[in-house]
Design a protein around this ligand. Structure first.
Ligand code: NAP
Ligand code: HSE
Length: 433
């Protein structure tokens, strides 16, 4: 295909916070190289913010606007880079940009996980690019590999640590014995946490990323509402301590699997063996395993959040859009979802479980627990007991793989028994052979 002459690609950035500010810096840093790298210049024409009076060091104030219509009406603007976050008005702005014939780049996982089908549809209808590498795992390339490099595979499984904030918190709690609140405050100060950290600590952010990964992996729409989501707020120092004693660390995992034509898409904290490759993914780092039927196991590792790592992914998308424009190849994404797969019901999903409970410390207790497990097809793999004095003990059990409904039945029966003084926590276990 003949290369068109395209002097400058003009972009508008919506939002100049952590990521928007990083993108602005990278454009400044790279401006001498664009021509050589991609054959055209990239220039910021406008930046939309809420407050145009806020002092923004190093930013040309004449570019700032608080009026989105100025951007839509500007025919010179080729690409809208949405970095505001949230659903509204981001959704309306993205749809208006596409309707006006502008290419779109975003880092907004909330938006894609909830309204991906509508937005992909709008971009496809207009033959425009819609790119979102930064939406999952920040600076780590996972979207492009899934959509391009691994396109010749049927994807079997994705397992990822995709939330930097929770990984940072769990790492600090594990390695430094830090309290949850102190670790969260530090993650916020470093710019990893969302404006409202509930989305991070309750697993919603990872759930949105899991929905996007599941959609692209299995070519069937998965929204954030379809993802079974549990956060880390119930994980205590004691869980971390006893898990460590039994040879595990606790990580928040996103799991996407296709099993016999059904999708499993879940986010939950899990015990993983200390020697598992994901166990050494610490601080705000993310890692994503993708298993394809042809390629086997692949692993992507790097910074999943923060100003420049996330801006790096956004910048890659902007430059790819510019090349697409140059080559007249915009909107070349195939049909993203050409299947409609059902979801495996939660009760039917098989997992191992870590159960921590206070029990009476007297003869017959273990036999009674084993009996309840036995009648529900739950088999024990590992056991640790710590005396709490005064005829009570802390009991930790790791089960073999069992359907969730069987485990929950056993748990219900256990909680009705007098010898069980209280269930402290139930956490899934991952990565054991
Ligand atoms: P942020 O620091 O909170 O910045 C948001 C920016 O958007 C601010 O400049 C704000 O303007 C502007 N804004 C918000 N609502 C607006 C509105 N209605 N009209 C005009 N401007 C508006 O957010 P961020 O951390 O950069 O995140 C941006 C996006 O990247 C989100 O979708 C997030 O999920 C995603 N993301 C973030 C990271 C990360 O590490 N932070 C990583 C991956 C993906 P003012 O400056 O005037 O307040
Ligand atoms: N709050 C998110 C995280 C930012 O901690 O991973 C990156 O999406």
């Amino acid at each position: 295909m003949a290369q068109k002459k395209l002097g400058t690609v003009h972009i508008a950035i919506l939002g100049l916070g952590t990521v928007g500010g990083g993108v602005y810096k990278l454009i400044e840093r790279q401006k001498e190289n664009f021509e050589k790298k991609i054959g055209c210049q990239i220039a910021v024409k406008k930046i939309l913010v809420r407050n145009i009076h806020k002092i923004r060091d190093g930013v040309d104030a004449s570019l700032l606007t608080d009026n989105f219509d100025e951007i839509i009406r500007d025919d010179e603007i080729d690409v809208v880079v949405e970095l505001m976050g949230g659903i509204h008005p981001a959704k309306e702005y993205v749809l208006k940009a596409l309707a006006a014939g502008k290419q779109v780049v975003t880092a907004n996982k909330d938006l894609i996980a909830a309204h991906g089908e509508e937005i992909f549809g709008a971009a496809a209808e207009k033959g425009l690019d819609f790119k979102f590498e930064a939406a999952v795992a920040g600076g780590i390339p996972v979207i492009a590999p899934l959509m391009k490099s691994l396109a010749g595979n049927d994807i079997e499984e994705i397992i990822g640590i995709v939330n930097g904030t929770t990984n940072f918190i769990l790492t600090k709690m594990t390695a430094e014995g830090m309290e949850f609140a102190d670790a969260l405050a530090e993650a916020t100060r470093l710019g990893y946490a969302e404006a409202d950290p509930t989305a991070d600590v309750e697993g919603y952010d990872a759930g949105r990323k899991c929905a996007i990964l599941s959609t692209l992996a299995f070519h069937s729409w998965v929204t954030d509402k379809d993802v079974i989501t549990e956060g880390i707020t119930k994980i205590t120092a004691a869980d971390i301590h006893f898990a460590k004693e039994m040879g595990y660390v606790i990580k928040l995992l996103a799991i996407a699997r296709e099993v016999e034509g059904e999708i499993i898409s879940s986010v939950y904290p899990a015990l993983i063996p200390q020697e598992h490759p994901l166990a050494s993914v610490n601080d705000s780092f993310n890692a994503v395993f993708i298993r394809g039927d042809a390629v086997g196991d692949t692993m992507f590792y790097g910074r999943g959040a923060g100003e420049l790592p996330t801006a790096s992914a956004v910048m890659g998308d902007i430059m790819e859009v510019a090349v697409d424009m140059l080559m007249d190849a915009c909107g070349r994404t195939g049909e993203v979802c050409y299947r409609k797969l059902p979801f495996k019901p939660q009760g039917e999903i098989a997992n191992r479980f870590f159960l921590r409970m206070h029990v009476e410390d007297k003869p017959g207790v273990m036999a009674a627990i084993a009996n309840v497990f036995g009648i529900n097809n739950v088999s024990m793999k590992q056991l640790l007991q710590k005396s709490l004095g005064a005829d009570e003990a802390e009991l930790m059990i790791v089960t073999e793989k069992v359907k969730e409904k069987n485990f929950r039945n056993a748990l219900r029966l256990l909680t009705e028994m007098e010898i069980i003084k209280g269930v402290s926590n139930v956490i899934r276990v991952h990565g054991l052979k």
